[in-house]
Write a protein that binds this ligand. Structure first.
Ligand SMILES: Nc1ncnc2c1ncn2[C@@H]1O[C@H](COP(=O)(O)OP(=O)(O)OP(=O)(O)O)[C@@H](O)[C@H]1O
Length: 456
């Protein structure tokens, strides 16, 4: 086995043998391929598919002019339009360099060559090329294969698992409890349950935390005319409105205790009584609920009824945060970009490198809702075709974090930390058990804990 690195290829088109020899060995980060004229440049382009090319405009048979150089540039861009071509501008030939840029070249450098300066331009070109490739990849990734349960967009295995569970339980008439932080997509998944259930009635959502306690009962159960001052006509509650369909009870932990009793009765007997009403009305409503609260703790503190919990939580689905779904932030950012650009008729098409790095590095405490809001703002704020980190109002140092995360060693270390934290949590701090889960020996786990300055 060899551990030689596969280096990105840089094509140097230069007819001066001394200079091409010098450039061949100037950059240790690239495999430099040289060509001395148009034909060999095109051959090399086809064979090596370099992402970046440096091109001397003065090529034979017109070494003192620029015609051959321009023809080569045009041919390169015709064959491989994404190639970043950096043209050399001879002394006093700035005009032609600018002409080349107008013709699609990426940048130019001044002759005589300064190896470091050219190196910096080449490096930037490779970086941009990688970002554009990533943009294209993301773009093509938002096909139907990333849409699950109708509207949900994800490519993260953790989330695909969630949606598969939801699909599976949708047709069974069981109550589903969705647990997840704010903005993780609980309501969207609740809709997914409803859509996949093929129930004919409506999907009705109610946010129990947003409605004052004294009004919540009327909202849920409805009231008869004259039941209280202001009850001018008989009104159906949300449970009735969702007859034959699904009622999504968001923030179910916020339902006050007396109303919990009434809700429990409905779940046990499948009948409701409107406020001020005397008859029991049978209702076929499926309940999906969600909360970001810790209901187990609320049960211990006697703030939530245990019997109601078990009625509501026949199936519990835990939704990972956006930070726990690698790759989803970029994918969703691209989705929102297209949606908002279209809705607002803005010419925004992609992201600058710093924006992509910032999206990757940001922790997204507000999850998908935060991303959606930042993207809406950015589409409005962006000056040109690309959204920058500033448009997203993300910290400038996020770029550094992003660069850090691309470094293989730190990515591995971060992954190690996450796996160790999970294993230790799952085994409730039992390090032998955690080591077994991780497939390593206990001393190795101790070493890693020490190395990463983590507590067992
Ligand atoms: N995977 C996803 N694909 C596309 N859009 C999503 C996704 N997840 C969430 N969204 C969008 O993000 C926003 C927030 O999602 P949603 O309201 O479902 O979150 P939530 O967990 O119910 O939030 P809260 O707990 O604050 O009520 C919505 O506009 C939703 O359409």
């Amino acid at each position: 086995m060899t551990d030689a690195k596969i280096l990105p290829k840089l094509l140097v088109v230069e007819d001066d043998p001394g200079l091409s020899k010098q450039l061949r060995w100037a950059y240790e980060d690239y495999e430099v391929v040289v060509a001395g004229d148009r034909a060999s440049a095109i051959d090399a382009l086809r064979f090596h598919e370099p992402k970046v090319v440096t091109l001397d405009l003065g090529l034979p048979p017109d070494p003192d002019g620029t015609t051959e150089g321009f023809a080569t540039l045009a041919e390169i861009l015709r064959l491989a339009p994404d190639t970043k071509v950096i043209v050399a501008s001879g002394h006093g030939a700035r005009e032609s360099a600018l002409g080349a840029i107008a013709g699609g070249a990426y940048d130019f450098y001044q002759k005589p060559v300064d190896i470091d300066e050219l190196g910096a331009i080449v490096k930037r070109a490779f970086h941009l090329s990688a970002i554009e490739a990533e943009n294209r990849r993301l773009q093509s990734a938002i096909g139907d294969e990333n849409r699950v349960l109708g509207g949900l967009i994800t490519a993260a295995p953790e989330m695909l698992k969630v949606s598969r569970t939801v699909e599976r339980v949708a047709s069974a008439n069981v109550s589903v409890m969705l647990l997840g932080a704010s903005g993780t997509g609980k309501e969207l998944l609740a809709r997914g349950v409803h859509d996949a259930s093929k129930r004919k009635g409506a999907f009705v959502a109610i946010n129990c935390a947003a409605i004052p306690e004294n009004l919540l009962e009327a909202e849920l159960f409805g009231f008869e005319k004259g039941a209280f001052t202001g009850a001018v006509k008989t009104t159906e509650g949300k449970i009735e409105l969702a007859e034959g369909g699904t009622l999504f009870l968001d923030e179910v932990g916020d339902i006050p205790l007396p109303l919990q009793v009434k809700l429990l009765r409905f779940l046990q007997e499948r009948v409701i009584e409107r406020i001020g009403g005397r008859k029991a009305i049978p209702v076929d409503t499926r309940i999906v609920c969600a909360t970001h609260q810790n209901l187990t703790r609320m049960i211990e503190a006697q703030q939530f009824r245990e019997d109601l919990y078990y009625r509501l939580a026949e199936i519990v689905v835990t939704i990972p945060t956006l930070a726990e779904r690698p790759g989803d932030a970029g994918l969703l950012a691209r989705h929102f970009l297209h949606r908002f650009a279209k809705d607002m008729n803005r010419p925004v098409r992609g992201f600058t490198p710093d924006a992509l790095a910032a999206i990757d590095a940001w922790g997204w405490p507000g999850n998908v809702r935060e991303l959606e809001n930042r993207m809406k703002r950015a589409v409005i704020m962006a000056d040109g075709k690309l959204i920058s980190a500033e448009d997203l109002d993300l910290r400038a140092d996020a770029e550094e974090d992003g660069a850090r995360r691309i470094n293989l060693r730190t990515v591995r270390e971060d992954a190690d930390r996450v796996a160790i934290r999970r294993a230790v949590a799952r085994t409730e701090g039992n390090l032998s058990g955690a080591a077994k889960l991780l497939g390593i020996s206990r001393p190795t786990l101790y070493d890693l804990l020490k190395q990463y300055e983590m507590q067992g």
